[in-house]
Design a protein around this ligand. Sequence first.
Ligand code: FES
Length: 658
Amino acid sequence: MPEPIHQVTFQPDNITVDVYRHGENLLRVAMAAGVHINASCGGNGTCGKCKIIIDKGKVESEHSEKLSDEQWQQGYRLACRTQVIDDLTITIPPESRIDNSALKRKTGGQRHILKARDLNTLVQGLSINPAVFKCYLELPPPTADDNMSDLGRLMREIKKSYKYDRISTDFHLLQRLSQVLRQADWKVTVTLVYNPKGFKLIDLEPGDTSKDNYSIIIDVGTTTVKGQLLNLEECRIAHSNTTDTDSENLCAEDARYNSQVGFGEDVISRIVHSQKKGGLEALQQAVVADINEIIAHLLESAGIRNDQISHLVLAGNTTMTQLLLGIDPKYIREDPYVPTANFFPPVRALEIGINLPDYIHIYTFPLVSSYVGGDIVAGVLGSGIFQRDELTLFIDVGTNGEIVLGNCDWLVCTSCSAGPAFEGGGVKNGMRASQGAIEQVRINPETFEPMVITIGNQKPLGICGSGLIDAAAEFLLTGIIEPNGKFDRTLKTSRVREGDNGWEFVLVSAEQAAEGIGDIVLTEGDIDNLIRTKGAIYAGCRILLESVGLSFNDLDRVIIAGGFGQFINLERAIFIGLLPELSTDKFMFVGNGALLGARLVSFSREMMKDAQRVSDMMTNIELANNMKFMDEYVAALFLPHTDTNAFPGVMKMLEGNN
Ligand code: FES
């Protein structure tokens, strides 16, 4: 646990909270402390409702037209435009509290979000030796006494200087080998790629370019495609200096929606589309275009040429992997649900339309089954479960929910159709976790006035997965909804109303939302979607545990992966029954598991071998047509759950609020 840097005390309720980051936003600090300050523009500085008074301590704050000069002199500031740089005592004036009834319940709490530098804490014995690497060579020119072929001469020097053996050569390289050697005056850099059978010579460049060794890793998600550009040489330097894979090697990152969304939101509708005339080609071209855009953006933002890239690593679910490679996914959705292969041999990036030099081959993560793909193998690899004794539950929440249970001796896995609610799908004002998305919500239990914070403190555009979980938990806690997800129609607030899509709660009025958005509401249909999603994930976890005769209480650790996992509030996720009620110390967030594993495979050829071992270890349990799963699922369609004994702490909080 890090040491707090500052402390902030909120008056008049005398609530003190530790702050762990110098310059933290004051409105976020208040929210983490469970202190209610009116905030209806998401922290954008435009509603002027979050006024506070600085009694003691220094802050950094923007002057705002929402404050008069007189107020500024008196110490008034907008909480959302104020950074904590000192220990503070703050007073929340009555107009910012509505009725002086600040929420006193303790919320928030510490989450452990792993950064790249923590990789060594997750994965043991990580040695840095990229699978694709470069060697600089100075060759003696041929003479009458030494007239070995050009390729033989090159191989001899590689073996002599670097002791590498069993080297094969890419045929395309031979077509230009003699010219490059002579033009470069026999001073060249070779690029070699490791494979379990030895090494392959894939490129030859004039001069010493051994420092130009970059890898691109891509998470091909059903909803979003994310990429990172890594400097493999920096990684080697960083590792030897600090024994740490710090973030020096991350040169750029980019993400965009998977354009296949236009053909259907989930994998099933994409498979259906792939069976239409020209459908498979259209789907492949759509995602290849996204990857090309991401690569272009990564190169541009890092100032790197595409011939400085040596390696491309892709991790995706089974359908995404097959569609990207142009392999018909038809049988993935037909009983008994089998993919074409569990491992795809390296394919030239150029061959499937990716704009990279012709010597670059794609490494795709091995798959387990039709619905547990390479992204999950990458996540299990990256989080080191396969190396530890402790019993771990790994949950990756994306458009689907994939769950893995096990340790260094065994791994079982399953996939449940969670639905895209956490990625903004099927939710009226839902959106991906990007700028302007409402990510945190608190509701005053007396007035039902919401306090919302958006990503980037922008004017609210919609609500993302973490905001949805937060809102549902607040609705339940304040009695706005019943445990079955229906709004209490008798509440005395105009925020609960009957709209075009049935009953809804107005989170942000049109005046406070971004232009043209209108009122941002959560409907009963949205809450239903959320309940179905969380019900499927919780039921999937329970079935997996039962399949090996265990229960939640046997778990040593729960690892949450997936982009959305980075932003959710753990207590809130437990509160609505998405996650089991266990000690919060057992939970760990690792962010994007696919990229975590892809990173390791870029850095280490041992990890590439381990990826195959992990995929071989994982036993898949199919939930389709599983009656026990259906029973568990129906039981979980309640907030937090029909089995209230499984959530004693939540029930106590709910009873305390009634
Ligand atoms: Fe701060 Fe609106 S001005 S939340």
